[in-house]
Ligand binder design. Structure first.
Ligand code: BG6
Length: 486
């Protein structure tokens, strides 16, 4: 029988999260090749980012410099150390290791860069948590194979995994195979997550309304499932201490009313958008409800002999997810809709929304943690959670982001409730601990960090780092293992 405790477990992994394409910059330095993210323009709150199959000379591409972690990693890690981080979630830029994606030999300069980063983290006793693929695929794989639409990309990914697993086997223990793998269940994910140009060679927008091809997307998702399972098996062979997890964008969806039509709709959304990927990656097989969904949508997943065994042999060790908001589903198409992280839904009158319209729901995090844990009974980690907001630098240089502290505190309190409920939660990495480029809009103005970076939407700024009020607050949270949240 578990003893009910108010406390986060000892050795709880407190930290923050980033992704190379939004953070690192140095897009063509040290032998790195272009990635899919490097082909995406900036956008704004109201204008979608564009995918440009060929780089345009006069266009600004936010990932090219991002906030230049590539040139600032020592200074940045020192700041994380000062906050007392136990864990730092970062991704390896695949095209820094294999510039086109399909080479047989890796780029030594790229490998060396991450050696230096991991060594620097070790100095401050910070455990790296590495996402192997976070919304960037070497663009060479898009040009040659149309990205994950082709099965050939599985071998390229596994070669990349083998290279980094062997190289960093004594430096990294925690790995995530794909960021928000369920993004491919949505139209928006085709390019961002799958490196697929649905429209062929023309420019297209990265938005919810892109021309869609569900057959391609779900086939690509199958390829990622196989690649992930192969990576898990291989990783465990290379180092049996590795802990390898899945990562899902979790959008808890409530029914708008107790009308059974709303309830069934919410359940179906939960199954396809949230549960499908976790079910495959944790349990090692496709759930039954997927068969009906595929049939009704006219999707035929081409499986090769042996795929079912591969999935079974590559189940993840832990389940991680991002949580920013909840959504509401209604069978009534006339209700007011709001936006959100990858998916929107109907407006929830009980919740406030962020400046970007995401409905803030801390209690939904407790609900979600219980929901996932009941289903899988394996350790959970919240690897993204945070508030994208406009920060103001005062005349004296201070940045009083009390709204961010409030958001994070409310979510941490609910995580604590979930721990009391019996959920095995092992870590929390809030999103964008140092300001970085927004994935959805390409903006810098939408900031998440404890650390401010002087850079604007057009790419102007000194890149200087500054501590926000939340920096000092989070330091105290970590020091007290989540007890002092004031
Ligand atoms: C998650 C992604 O969906 O949300 C991150 O994994 C992303 O890459 C984060 O940055 C926040 O979204 P946005 O659009 O505000 O950057």
């Amino acid at each position: 029988m578990r003893v009910v405790t108010n406390k986060f477990p000892e050795r709880f992994l407190w930290g923050g999260a980033t992704a190379a394409n939004q953070f690192e910059g140095g897009w063509n330095k040290g032998g790195k090749g272009p990635s899919t993210a490097d082909m995406m323009t900036g956008g704004t709150h109201t204008t979608a980012r564009r995918i440009t199959p060929v780089l345009e000379e006069e266009t600004y591409y936010p990932s090219h410099e991002a906030v230049d972690f590539y040139g600032h990693y020592k200074e940045d890690i020192k700041l994380l150390g000062e906050m007392g981080f136990k864990v730092f979630r970062m991704s390896i830029n695949w095209s820094r290791i294999f510039p086109k994606g399909y080479e047989l030999e890796p780029n030594e300069e790229g490998l060396k860069f991450y050696d230096d980063v991991f060594d620097e983290l070790r100095k401050y006793n910070i455990e790296p948590l590495v996402t192997i693929s976070h919304y960037e695929t070497p663009y060479g794989l898009t040009e040659k194979y149309n990205g994950w639409a082709s099965r050939e990309v599985i071998d390229c990914y596994v070669r990349y995994c083998e290279t980094i697993f062997k190289r960093y086997k004594d430096k990294v223990k925690y790995w995530l195979t794909f960021n928000e793998i369920n993004c491919l269940t949505m139209a928006l994910g085709a390019f961002m997550s799958g490196g697929i140009l649905v429209n062929g060679k023309e420019n297209s927008e990265l938005s919810m309304n892109v021309k869609d091809n569900p057959q391609l997307r779900f086939q690509a998702l199958h390829h990622q499932f196989i690649a992930s399972a192969k990576a898990v098996k291989l990783g465990h062979q290379i180092n049996s201490d590795f802990k390898i997890g899945c990562m899902i964008a979790y959008m808890t969806t409530y029914p708008n009313t107790c009308n059974p039509d709303d309830i069934l709709l919410a359940q179906q959304k939960d199954q396809i958008s949230n549960m499908l990927c976790g079910d495959v990656q944790v349990r090692g097989y496709y759930p039954k409800y997927a068969t009906r969904f595929f049939e009704e949508k006219g999707i035929r997943i081409i499986m090769k002999q042996g795929d079912e065994e591969i999935l079974k042999e590559g189940c993840v060790d832990f389940y991680s997810f991002s949580y920013y908001m909840s959504a509401v589903a209604s069978a009534d198409p006339n209700l007011e809709q709001v936006g959100g992280n990858l998916l929107g839904g109907v407006k929830n009158p009980y919740l406030k929304a962020s400046d970007w319209g995401w409905q803030i729901d801390p209690k939904g995090l407790r609900y979600t943690l219980n929901h996932i844990y009941d289903r899988y009974q394996i350790p959970l980690m919240v690897v993204e959670n945070g508030l994208g907001a406009v920060d103001v630098v005062e005349a004296d240089g201070s940045i009083n982001d009390q709204y961010r502290i409030d958001y994070l505190r409310d979510h941490i309190l609910q995580m604590e409730e979930a721990v009391k409920d019996g959920v095995e939660l092992i870590g929390y990495t809030m999103w964008g601990c140092i300001d970085l480029v927004s994935a959805g809009t390409g903006e810098m103005k939408k900031r998440y960090g404890f650390i401010y970076v002087d850079k604007d939407n057009e790419g102007n700024g000194t890149l200087e780092r500054a501590k926000k009020k939340s920096f000092y607050w989070y330091k105290k949270v970590i020091e007290t293992n989540g007890e002092d949240l004031e």
